[in-house]
Design a protein around this ligand. Structure first.
Ligand code: NAD
Ligand code: TYD
Length: 351
């Protein structure tokens, strides 16, 4: 198989390539990535020299570039990770989210439709998020049948991408699958997201910013478990279907931050209170979704998937990884990262 992975230099895409590319030398993996601020080719240093890896720099919002890459590599399978992925950035600047997550997805679908038609053995897999379902109250779970009700520009743009994928399946018979996953954590996550941000700030003695009262709840899944679920869906999932993926692992943000401080304390032999003293409640995110939680019965029952990591093992592995990979951490602290930290937190910290 020739597998086109979009966004393979980002957090989940690079974990996916690191997990599956070495074990499947018979498949060629083509990584199409624009290398935005969120990408890091260092994530792929373990696989980049392998003969079944190809890299194409390209922007999925550029139709002719996408078409050119398809013509050159003739993929059988597209695993579509590429996206603008950070809710806070979508609030400050939604245009890039519309361009990449909607137009980019549309371009990929159009090229697949043109090149594949109804040929057998092809598949477009859309990697999506549980945030398309909107926010839950204190109880309940998102099922595959839950209505879409996105609340941020990020989730609205992902929802639009998902709708286009479904429409191409329905209208043109394009073979597709979709997964909607809960919050991921693990190695190579850009430190604009909660877990790596807290780890890195704690190690630097900087404030640990908790939005609002820290009572918002997310369902956390170790990234390799997400990749295994995607692998199961692309190989054994029913064409045209959606599968929810989650960790059955709900945490309030404030409790996660405490837990990170505790594990970090153990791993660095430091009194965790030194880290906890850095916790700073800051101005909330506008339109902040209260709670996400996933009903993942379908993927468990139909495909036999289940997570390998508990939160205890996954979080410790993640914290250990950030401690052991200081050069990676330094490599992502570019001008863009510093600018974002300054821009997002200056007002929150003072306001
Ligand atoms: P990320 O921000 O870490 O990486 C995104 C990658 O896409 C980067 O390598 C970037 O360079 C690339 N990219 C962005 N715009 C592009 C464009 N126009 N053309 C080509 N490449 C482009 O994102 P992530 O956290 O790895 O998320 C990957 C996918 O998984 C996204 O579709 C996201 O919506 C979805 N998802 C993420 C989570 C999570 O917790 N991170 C949870 C569920 C679903
Ligand atoms: P994040 O990692 O940005 O993922 P998402 O918004 O896609 O769920 O945020 C996870 C939760 O943590 C979310 O409720 C917002 C909160 N949060 C903070 O409290 N402080 C922070 O500095 C960040 C980045 C997020």
């Amino acid at each position: 198989m020739r597998i086109l992975v979009t966004g393979g230099a980002g957090f989940i895409g690079s974990n996916f390539l690191n997990c599956y590319l070495p074990s499947y030398p018979e498949h060629t993996f083509i990584n199409l990535d624009a290398l935005t601020y969120a990408a890091n080719l260092i994530n792929l240093k373990g696989v980049a020299a392998r003969p079944n890896y190809r890299f194409e720099r390209g922007d999925i919002s550029d139709y002719s570039r996408v078409r050119e890459i398809f013509e050159q590599h003739d993929p059988d399978l597209v695993v579509h990770f590429a996206a603008e992925s950070h809710v806070d950035r979508s609030i400050v600047g939604p245009a890039d989210f519309v361009r990449t997550n909607i137009t980019g997805t549309f371009n990929l679908l159009e090229v697949c439709r043109g090149m594949w038609g109804r040929k057998e053995g092809k598949l477009f897999h859309q990697v999506s998020t549980d945030e398309v379902y909107g926010s839950l109250g204190p109880s309940g779970l998102f099922a595959e049948t839950s209505p879409y009700a996105p609340s941020s520009p990020y989730s609205a743009s992902k929802a639009a991408g998902d709708h286009l994928v479904r429409a191409y399946a329905h209208t043109y018979g394009l073979p597709v699958t979709i997964t909607n996953c809960s919050n991921n954590y693990g190695p190579f996550q850009f430190p604009e997201k909660l877990i790596p941000l807290i780890i890195i700030n704690a190690l630097e003695g900087r404030p640990l910013p908790v939005y609002g009262l820290g009572e918002n709840v997310r369902d956390w899944l170790f990234v390799e478990d997400h990749c295994a679920a995607i692998w199961a869906v692309i190989h054994r999932g029913k064409r045209g279907e959606t599968y929810n993926i989650g960790g059955a692992n709900e945490w309030r943000n404030i409790d996660i931050v405490h837990r990170i401080c505790d594990v970090l304390g153990e791993e660095t032999q430091t009194n965790p209170d030194i880290y906890k003293k850095l916790i700073t409640f800051v101005q909330d995110r506008p339109g902040h979704d209260l709670r996400y939680a996933i009903d993942d019965l379908k993927i468990k029952r139909e495909l036999g998937w289940q997570p390998n990591e508990t939160f205890a093992t996954g979080l410790r592995k993640t914290i250990r990884w950030y401690l052991d990979n200081q050069s990676w951490v330094e490599s992502v602290k570019t001008g863009d990262y510093r600018k974002w930290m300054e821009q997002n937190y200056r007002e929150r910290l003072t306001g």
